[in-house]
Design a protein around this ligand. Structure first.
Ligand code: ADP
Ligand code: MG
Ligand code: ZN
Length: 611
């Protein structure tokens, strides 16, 4: 459209120039020597005029002194009549050599024909450009279905696992994928199925895209890359045909990798948007599922997808045979941050005073992308100061710059917040470790992940099919451990435990109403969960009990919570030394793995600080 406007404007300007040139030509060049008709009559009477050259209504007069003047007559009527009317007698007129010039040639054409023809020309031109534009659009529409997938040239900028710092667990999982791609025969001969889909889950900037490219680089196979947001375009049905095209291409180049970045853009829970209207996305998603299901057993194409919103993904995507492998990429802890900084300082001259560990210490909550950005800002600052090397000063200053910068999306802590989160998570871990029925602590981290400040990952030591009441009670206490620790240490609580409290309340209510584990209420269930089939989600609860029973339920729920809170408080207060120790280790290292945690607890038990 902009092109059309430009063309019209251009044509208009030309038109105006032409018009002003040719209409103005009459008056423009010879303004000063124009005389009136009555002057002309006077001059005729006195015999001053030698010749008169008439062209149109313009008269070019040559006077007796050979000078030239111009005059205009009325458009209709001849010069002779005009002169006669002005009282010039026939004799005087005869003395004048009157010539009439008929206009012709180019000038005639331009002046008389052009003003008539030009508008038509303009209109034709206008339609021509419109047409061309539309045709172009149509051609584009025809090409739309073709996938925009980009094939990364592996030789251009080869990325391997060496370029990705940290994310050890993710790398370990992906190494397996690389092996599948490199020597599928080994697995096929054992009757194993090749995994089809791997989904990378992690906050923005944690290196999901980077890891996917590293897999391609390691396996040395073609890498087809497309972003979910690119699917969501103008015409319905295009997304689906693009997916088909993408997979066809990948199969042709097999073994290969299809990488669907930001899959949440198309992979949203279907039907979740009430009122419909997301046909396009649904069709695209369906096509992805159809393609993945259609893989032959030996199709050596692995689909890697990335998202930072696993919570909104359609469950169909995560079914076996599709994206059944999940790789979670954590935000980097202090050690990994240092490594990422090291990777991105490659090719940048650092002065001897630079201590990357110090920068890592001051950047909790920074993602890999933030750290890459930080190093770059440092380099720019040093260059602007005309330095030969980047010093610690520039790097320290860049921390703030990146923190304030518009591109940052992940959360950054202050030192105080870090301390609070550390004690909070230490509280969960300590309570869990102190109760015999709670799950074992698998990992504690104070690096922000999603909404929660930090997290304590607990996994049952053995597979559990039935949950006992005692287990639930210990679970409740563990959930409240964070809250209890904050309250004990700081005498105040933050919004941090918000989701813990909600989980705890929900669990307590289920213990009473669903599992019939409350002594007071007896072995009975209360309320019927209503499922709205088309949404596949629980929409509400049908109350099938009286108001007084409801009050009793509420009392029971709060008594469960209350007991759990007391248990948590007791543990936290009695083992305050242990709490402090765990928190201080967390502040220093930011993550504690299971073995480390167990050793820490063992050494504290030995020294008598934990019973
Ligand atoms: P995501 O796809 O998770 O949003 P990207 O993979 O696009 O993040 O990461 C953006 C940039 O951040 C990368 O190109 C890289 O420079 C840097 N980066 C992120 N994580 C790491 C890491 N673990 N090691 C090295 N660089 C990283
Ligand atoms: Mg990405
Ligand atoms: Zn918590």
């Amino acid at each position: 459209m902009r092109d059309v406007l430009k063309n019209i404007l251009f044509a208009l300007v030309i038109f105006m120039v032409l018009v002003s040139l040719f209409s103005g030509a009459n008056t423009f060049f010879d303004k000063e020597n124009v005389i009136s008709l009555s002057d002309l009559a006077l001059k005729a009477k006195s015999g001053e005029i030698k010749t008169a050259l008439i062209s149109g209504d313009k008269i070019e007069l040559t006077l007796s002194d050979e000078s030239k003047v111009f005059a205009y007559k009325e458009a209709s009527g001849s010069l002779l009549e005009s002169l006669k009317n002005l009282g010039v007698n026939d004799n005087d007129i005869k003395k004048i050599n009157i010539q009439v010039k008929t206009e012709g040639g180019l000038a005639y054409f331009l002046i008389n024909i052009l003003p008539i023809v030009l508008p038509f020309l303009l209109i034709i031109l206008f339609f021509y450009f419109m047409f061309r534009q539309a045709k172009g659009g149509q051609m584009q529409a025809f090409n739309f279905g073709a996938s925009k997938a980009k094939l990364f040239d592996a030789n251009k900028e080869k990325i391997t696992f060496k370029n990705v710092a940290g994310a050890e667990e993710a790398k370990e999982e992906l190494k397996e994928v690389v092996e599948f791609l490199k020597s599928p025969g080994k697995f096929l001969s054992m009757g194993a199925k090749i995994p089809r889909g791997v989904i990378l889950i992690g906050s923005p900037g944690t290196g999901k895209t980077l890891l996917a490219r590293a897999v391609a680089g390691e396996a040395n196979v073609p890498f087809f890359h497309i972003s979910g947001s690119e699917f969501v375009e103008m015409f319905v049905g295009v997304g689906a045909s693009r997916v088909r095209d993408l997979f066809n291409n990948a199969k042709k180049h097999s073994p290969s990798i299809v990488f669907i970045d930001e899959i949440d853009a198309v992979g949203r829970h279907r039907g979740a948007g009430m009122g419909g209207g997301h046909d396009e996305r649904e069709q695209t998603l369906n096509q992805i599922l159809v393609e993945m299901d259609g893989f032959e057993r030996d199709t050596n194409v692995i689909v890697i997808a990335a998202t930072n919103r696993p919570d909104i993904l359609d469950p169909a995507l995560l079914r076996p045979g599709r994206f059944d492998r999940r790789v979670i990429i954590d935000e980097p802890d202090i050690k990994n941050r240092e490594e990422i900084l090291k990777i991105h300082s490659e090719g940048k001259p650092l002065s001897a005073d630079v201590v990357l560990r110090k920068i890592a210490e001051r950047t909790p909550g920074f993602s890999g992308a933030d750290l890459a950005n930080l190093m770059n800002e440092g380099a720019i600052a040093a260059a602007r100061k005309n330095q030969k090397e980047i010093t610690q000063t520039e790097l320290t200053e860049s921390i703030e710059k990146v923190m304030m910068g518009p591109a940052r999306r992940s959360k950054v802590y202050s030192a105080k917040e870090k301390e609070i989160v550390a004690f909070h998570e230490a509280g969960h871990a300590l309570v869990a470790a102190s109760l015999s029925n709670a799950d074992a602590v698998h990992k504690i981290s104070i690096v922000s992940r999603g909404r929660a400040g930090g997290y304590t990952l607990k996994l049952p030591t053995e597979e559990i099919n039935f949950y006992s009441k005692n287990k639930f009670i210990d679970e409740l206490a563990t959930l409240l451990g964070g809250y209890a620790a904050e309250k004990t240490v700081f005498g105040d609580v933050t919004t941090g435990p918000h989701s813990d409290l909600k989980t705890a309340s929900d669990l307590a209510r289920r213990i009473v109403t669903e599992y019939g584990m409350s002594e007071k209420m007896g072995p009975m269930t209360f309320g019927e969960r209503e499922k709205l089939v088309f949404l596949g989600k629980e929409m509400g609860e049908n109350r099938n009990y009286s108001e007084s029973v409801a009050t009793k339920i509420d009392e029971e729920v709060s008594s469960f919570i209350d007991k759990a809170y007391k248990t948590a408080m007791k543990i936290v207060k009695e083992k305050r030394n242990a709490l402090n120790k765990i928190a201080s280790v967390l502040i220093e290292k930011e993550t504690i793995e299971q073995t480390e945690f167990e050793e820490l607890m063992k050494s504290m038990r030995a020294s008598g600080s934990v019973a």
